[in-house]
Write a protein that binds this ligand. Structure first.
Ligand code: AGP
Length: 611
């Protein structure tokens, strides 16, 4: 998952716009960065290891602002993060430059073919075959547009790519197959390409999302033509207006995007329920499902596919939908779902959950059932994203852009939507219907209360920040929370953290417990509390330290554990939404204490658009 940006327009704003755009895309990958622009009929290329700032330094203050430029931030898939492997990649005479996001699966075969034709490679990347292939076809056809088309047809795998060439110095060529690409049209008629709208929203909200097999030829005068490169047909699609503003995607006065996004949780719950629940009238309205409401009547099984945090939200959804709507649910890792030969009846619905809507594994899961004739649903945050457009129907999270690699408000939004979906599917026939509707209405205030624990959690995090192992345990609705809490901690603090069903402790994990191996126990009031208290006592008997999340007023817990954080009383079905705030703040402050880059943890990227 790399970030790509391209600019062509009459104003000399190309380089600044590309660099700015790249900085907003660093969440997609930040091993190395590069930029290219055309000046006096020559393509200049600058590349640097690490962040985009290094490019600014390399370019210096005097570079001309220019009217055409392409740029790239890289998350290494093929080849280590070096300058040679950084994009843009060029052909041998430097007349063509390319930035690419995705994986060219037949790159070895193409590399061999091109080497036999006398082409030399300077990088280990798959992407470098693209400029040389363009060069090869150009020499044969003498037309860059034909060469571009022939190159696209020769590539297999996934690509979002933007190409510039001195053969047509006022034109950008862009194409998409399996990797996101959006085109923005500014009010000065410049055209901006990006792998994520966040990179261009500061300049325009008028965009066209490219679909698979589409390419664009964009000119400096602001005109562009959209085509399908498999059918060789022109595509007409009106621009749409992005639903959020640039400032929403910016940091504000928070130290990190992750903290900002945790503080947005109360608003996130409101946005995820806005216009969807009317607690007083007992109404749940999910407009995105209306079109398939008839079909939903025949659904007798739901398979949820997702990755990472979205998978854990799915596990909460499993309990919610089974308990409230009485429909059997199975949650599968999207990356495993692809390989199963499971029977799939037409009365089974596939529900894809994804914040970015671009996760390759989840896309692959949706592709797998494309011809099964099953209903494909989505719970997605990024409007207009690939997954949102692949499903038959779905419910947007409306959490706004989530920029920190560690998902926080999106998880809360996903669980909030799943609770509403369970109510919607129950058609009101659940004793939980009214109470849960009412509790969803009350949740934002309870979330606001929890944020007041910030300083307390920060202090506690300092106390536990230097352990190298951590166990998270919970039962029923709190088991997925334990898994998610462990993921939050491990992905930004790099501590070995594991989540377990509390009932599993005696079947093995208890053996690990010792003073140096603390446990985070999610132990809210409820029918299962006594059992979780027994687990806590088993741990304490082995001198294990315990941090607990309990319900306000449960003073017994305080006597049992080393530290306890209290949350407002809530239903067991909505506990994961509130406990998430505590778990997220804990992970945030531990990572901070360990001196890590909280928003950009090592080895990870926000949107995993490769399988
Ligand atoms: C969560 O904090 C991680 N960044 C990661 O597990 C993420 O949830 C996963 O990659 C799925 O992303 P998606 O929701 O955009 O599909």
């Amino acid at each position: 998952m790399c970030g790509i940006v391209g600019y062509v327009g009459a104003k000399n704003k190309a380089i600044d716009t590309v660099l700015e755009g790249l900085e907003t895309l660093e969440y997609r990958g930040y091993d190395s960065a590069g930029i290219a622009y055309i000046e006096k009929d020559t393509i200049s290329v600058h590349k640097a290891i690490g962040r985009v700032q290094a490019l600014h330094d390399d370019l210096g203050p005097n570079v001309s602002k220019n009217t055409i430029s392409i740029g790239h931030t890289r998350w290494a898939t093929h080849g280590s993060p070096t300058v040679y492997n950084a994009h843009p990649h060029t052909n041998q005479d430097g007349s063509i430059a390319v930035v690419h996001n995705g994986i060219i699966e037949n790159y070895e075969e193409l590399r061999d073919f091109l080497k036999k034709k006398g082409y030399n490679f300077v990088s280990e990347t798959d992407s470098e075959v693209i400029p040389h292939l363009l060069d090869y076809h150009l020499r044969k056809t003498r037309s860059f547009r034909v060469a571009f088309l022939q190159t696209l047809k020769a590539l297999s795998g996934t690509f979002g790519l933007v190409v510039m060439t001195t053969h047509e110095p006022d034109v950008l060529f862009a194409a998409r197959l399996g990797s996101p690409l959006v085109l923005g049209i500014t009010n000065t008629n410049a055209i901006i390409f990006a792998s994520d709208p966040a990179a261009l929203i500061a300049h325009t909200k008028k965009v066209v999302f490219l679909n698979d097999y589409e390419y664009v030829i964009a000119k400096q005068d602001g005109t562009y033509a959209l085509h399908d490169f498999m059918k060789d047909t022109k595509v007409v699609r009106d621009p749409e207006i992005l639903a959020y503003d640039a400032e929403e995607a910016q940091l504000g006065d928070f130290a990190h995007f992750m903290l900002k996004e945790i503080y947005e949780v109360p608003q996130t719950i409101r946005s995820a329920t806005l216009g969807r629940i009317k607690a007083e009238e007992g109404i749940v309205k999910l407009g995105g499902l209306e079109a398939v409401s008839e079909q939903l009547n025949y659904i007798d099984r739901i398979v949820i596919v997702a990755c990472g945090t979205s998978y854990y939200a799915g596990l909460v959804g499993e309990y919610l939908i089974e308990e409230i709507a009485g429909i059997p649910v199975e949650v599968q890792y999207a990356s495993e779902f692809k390989y199963r030969d499971e029977p799939f009846s037409r009365s089974t619905a596939l529900l894809a959950i994804s914040q970015s809507g671009e996760t390759a594994d989840t896309i692959a899961a949706l592709k797998k059932v494309e011809d099964f004739g099953v209903l494909r649903l989505g719970i997605v945050n990024a409007v207009g994203s690939t997954i949102a457009r692949m499903t038959d129907a779905g419910v947007y999270c409306h959490a706004g852009p989530e920029r920190a690699v560690a998902s926080t408000k999106a998880f809360v939004a996903q669980v909030t939507v799943l609770a509403q979906m369970a109510l919607y599917l129950s058609k009101g026939n659940s004793p939980l219907y009214k109470p849960l509707l009412k509790e969803l209405d009350a949740l934002p205030q309870k979330a606001e209360q929890l944020l007041k624990l910030d300083a307390t959690i920060q202090k506690m995090a300092k106390k536990y920040a230097h352990y190298n192992d951590f166990l998270f345990i919970g039962r029923k609705y709190d088991f997925p929370s334990a898994l998610e809490g462990a993921l939050k901690l491990k992905e930004i603090s790099y501590i070995h953290a594991e989540g377990f069903a509390a009932g599993e402790m005696k079947h093995g994990p208890l053996a690990m417990i010792e003073p140096a191996f603390p446990t985070f126990a999610i132990a809210p009031n409820g029918s299962l509390l006594p059992k979780t208290v027994s687990n806590i006592e088993e741990i304490r008997a082995r001198k294990g330290k315990v941090v607990a999340i309990g319900t306000q007023g449960n003073t017994q817990l305080k006597r049992l554990v080393d530290d306890v954080l209290y949350m407002p009383d809530t239903l067991e079905q909505t506990t994961p939404i509130l406990s998430a705030i505590i778990l997220q703040l804990f992970a945030y402050y531990v990572a901070l204490e360990r001196g890590h880059n909280v928003d950009r943890p090592r080895n990870l990227a926000k949107s995993v658009t490769v399988e």
